[in-house]
Design a protein. Structure first.
Length: 345
């Protein structure tokens, strides 16, 4: 079937409500796709573009346009930078109908702090779904498990320390064809996980860069690590730099940036990057001829374009389909209001 997903309008769930969005994870399991989002709440975000450092700089720290009244307290669950966010889950089997599955990580089952970046993988040996997430201001990650993809997940470990030089920040989880799982974090640092996917074991390799929001995927025995310049939940998103390697041990080769517009960079412009989004995940969908690789990003603070400004947890997402050259490199992305692919479940 041909599937078209809008990048300019969010779909509705089975209850007629807009999809709740935020930092995202995607899991393909048993013919369905599960999407996990960090619910940023109903307060609007802030626009940092006219701050001294530009769009990617100020975040919640001294923004030129402060948070709306009532949203400045970190204990307010609707504060987009607050301490009481919850993860929510959706299920789709066709990318056209979306089923809200509820809160996947309730407050009672999570670590305290500013939770971020929900990523879930399934462990065939333990029959458990394993959720990793960032929990600031801790200096390690939190891990939770559930017997179902929807949850509720229960946190089993906090402040999990990771080997290597990369900072505890944005990350991704990747399960290889042999069932071994890996964790890649800002740095970029690749670490093999334990057999139950709940702790680190071996430092595999590191790519010397300070860029954030890494994602990892594999295509035709080649591994890809993609990241973007630091973007503090910024209006306009980030670029898409990537490396490739024949093994997770490296050597990693920098290939290029496929996400920047070919115009002079302006730190105060929200139009520097093709997707206007920051990457969250790359996942595959089966097609009649093989596989498509789909990039998912979030268009941070896109709700600010509404009047009055829309809630942070309805910021737009962005889907793009990667096209590859014959040598395996990714073709330059082109802006799309919609992404279309042929899905053959």
């Amino acid at each position: 079937m041909d599937v078209t997903i809008s990048n300019s309008k969010l779909p509705l769930d089975q209850n007629g409500n807009k999809i709740i969005t935020g930092e995202a994870g995607v899991l393909a399991h048993d013919g369905a796709y599960y999407f996990y989002f960090n619910d940023w709440g109903t307060c609007p975000g802030v626009d940092c573009c006219d701050s001294s450092g530009g769009c990617a700089s100020c975040c919640q720290t001294n923004p030129p346009h402060p948070l709306s009244p009532g949203c400045t307290n970190a204990t307010n669950g609707s504060n987009p930078y607050g301490l009481f966010h919850q993860f929510v889950a959706y299920k789709t089997t066709d990318f056209m109908t979306w089923t809200y599955l509820g809160i996947s990580l309730p407050l009672s089952a999570r670590a305290p702090g500013e939770t971020m970046r929900p990523h879930v993988i399934y462990n065939n040996a333990t029959n458990l779904f394993v959720l990793w997430y960032e929990d600031r201001p801790e200096t390690g990650y939190a891990v939770a498990t559930s017997s179902t993809a929807a949850g509720p997940f229960v946190t089993i470990a906090t402040n999990v320390k990771m080997p290597g030089r990369g900072r505890i920040g944005d990350f991704d989880l990747f399960v290889d064809d042999d069932g071994i799982a890996y964790h890649i974090r800002t740095g970029l640092t690749v670490v093999q996980l334990s057999a139950d996917f709940t702790s680190p074991t071996t430092l595999m390799s590191e790519i010397p860069t300070t860029n954030e929001a890494p994602v990892m995927f594999k295509r035709k025995n080649m591994y890809y690590a993609m990241t973007g310049k630091d973007c503090c939940y910024c209006l306009g998103g980030s670029n898409n730099m990537y490396w490739s390697a024949p093994s997770l041990k490296g050597p990693w080769k920098y290939i290029g940036d496929v996400g920047s517009n070919p115009t002079p960079f302006n730190a105060h412009s929200p139009n520097n990057f093709v997707t206007k989004a920051q990457e969250q995940k790359v996942f595959t969908v089966p097609t009649p001829t093989g596989m498509d690789w789909i990039w998912l990003g979030m268009q941070w603070n896109s709700g600010l374009a509404e009047t009055p400004p829309g809630p942070r947890h309805h910021d737009l997402w962005a889907f793009y389909k990667f096209d590859f050259n014959t040598n395996g490199t990714i073709k330059q992305l082109q802006h799309q209001d919609n992404v279309t692919f042929t899905y053959a479940p």
